[in-house]
Design a protein around this ligand. Structure first.
Ligand SMILES: *Cc1c(COP(=O)(O)O)cnc(C)c1O
Length: 358
């Protein structure tokens, strides 16, 4: 059974991408792999807007999220918490045996730069984690303003999760001074799950070299050592790297600015539909994500029934709320390869179902 995913991850994967994955695998220590690995670097560096290497991890994003705090924290990590993924990072920090503090706001709110300044002024912290686009609540945090605060605390290292915003909006890593930026394959990049991507600033790499108990699988120093040979520390998920290469070609063909603009335009189509139908976004409009919409179920519709009909009759699915927001919100992704036509098709189908239900 096949149906189209409008959930905010994993998202719809194109036939071209699936086809790229059938490229036969090569030995991961062979010149053929080195050529493949090195061929994706320029495109990735350009998308991350960085001169630093971009590492490929055979894991989902959580592997890198856990690895990053283990590679950088000596004193205490501050986890900025505003939804399911960012909240979980605090739990993960503690499970890693690290000292961890919380800057926590209600789900649907954003992380306020001045609150971060206050927390960092205690001098307790040497690492901060931030989820740029909190996929569970549809909040996009004000990254430039937050990074501006961090510039006043040069001893603090920043780790930024861009899992659901990477390539949907511009995120200039080097210009903003982000120490670790990470993303995963199955959300904004529209690849199947299983590949993590990340880039580490030079100063964070130097720092990692001095941190004990970095482990092996996500050790930044191992990644760098292997990168210099055009390789990864362990056997990588080669089919997904072939898919990545194909996707980078798509992104170059579209153009970065066009891609950002398309995401903004598609997101605006959903927002207009929300207003027209008497719904509201969960976040304040100025902090609403550009890659997905988290919509309050203000009309108290039976979301499960709607999604079932959407799937049965129209072969599409949306998300009906993450964790404690289940049933209270629904989420529609406009990440990846969507077009005005596909978004209108989805919203038209939702109109048909909702009008016959209410
Ligand atoms: C989905 C998601 C993750 C977790 O990704 P996995 O691929 O499941 O490890 C982390 N952060 C954000 C913002 C996400 O949307």
């Amino acid at each position: 059974m096949s149906y189209k995913l409008f959930i905010p991850g994993p998202i719809q994967v194109s036939d071209k991408t699936y086809k790229a994955m059938t490229t036969p695998v090569v030995g991961h220590r062979s010149p053929d792999f080195v050529a493949l690995y090195q061929s994706v670097q320029p495109g990735l560096q350009s998308l991350f807007q960085t001169k630093d290497p971009v590492f490929l991890s055979t894991s989902s994003a959580w592997g890198i999220m856990e690895g990053s705090i283990r590679n950088l924290t000596k004193k205490k990590v501050l986890n900025c918490m505003c939804g399911a993924f960012s909240d979980k990072w605090n739990d993960v920090s503690k499970r890693c045996g690290l000292e961890a503090g919380a800057l926590s706001v209600e789900w649907g709110q954003h992380i306020a730069p001045e609150d971060l300044r206050k927390a960092l002024s205690t001098g307790e912290y040497d690492v901060v984690t931030l989820v740029h686009n909190e996929t569970s609540t549809g909040v996009m945090n004000p990254l430039p303003e937050i990074m501006e605060v961090l510039r006043d605390f040069p001893d603090v290292f920043s780790i930024v999760d861009t899992v659901s915003s990477f390539t949907a909006v511009p995120i200039p890593k080097d210009e903003l001074g982000i120490d670790v930026i990470l993303t995963g394959s199955q959300k904004a990049l529209a690849l199947p799950p299983g590949l993590g991507l990340f880039s580490v600033s030079e100063r964070a790499m130097e720092r990692a070299k001095t941190v004990e108990n970095r482990g092996y699988y996500f050790d930044f120093v191992e990644f760098l050592k292997n990168h210099e040979k055009g390789m990864t520390p362990s056997t990588p998920v080669i089919p997904l790297i072939n898919a990545l290469k194909s996707k980078l070609e798509d992104i170059e063909a579209e153009g970065h600015e066009n891609r950002f603009q398309r995401h903004a335009d598609l997101n605006a189509i959903v927002h207009a539909w929300v207003a027209k139908n008497g719904f509201e976004l969960l976040p304040a409009p100025e902090y609403a994500s550009k890659s997905l919409s988290c919509i309050r179920n203000t009309r108290e519709l039976d979301l499960a029934a709607i999604n079932k009909r959407l799937k049965d009759e129209f072969k599409m699915v949306i998300d009906i709320g993450y964790g404690k927001l289940k049933g209270k919100t629904f989420r529609i992704s406009n990440m990846g390869d969507e077009t005005e036509e596909t978004m209108h098709e989805l919203l038209g189908n939702l109109d048909t179902i909702i009008s016959s239900q209410s």
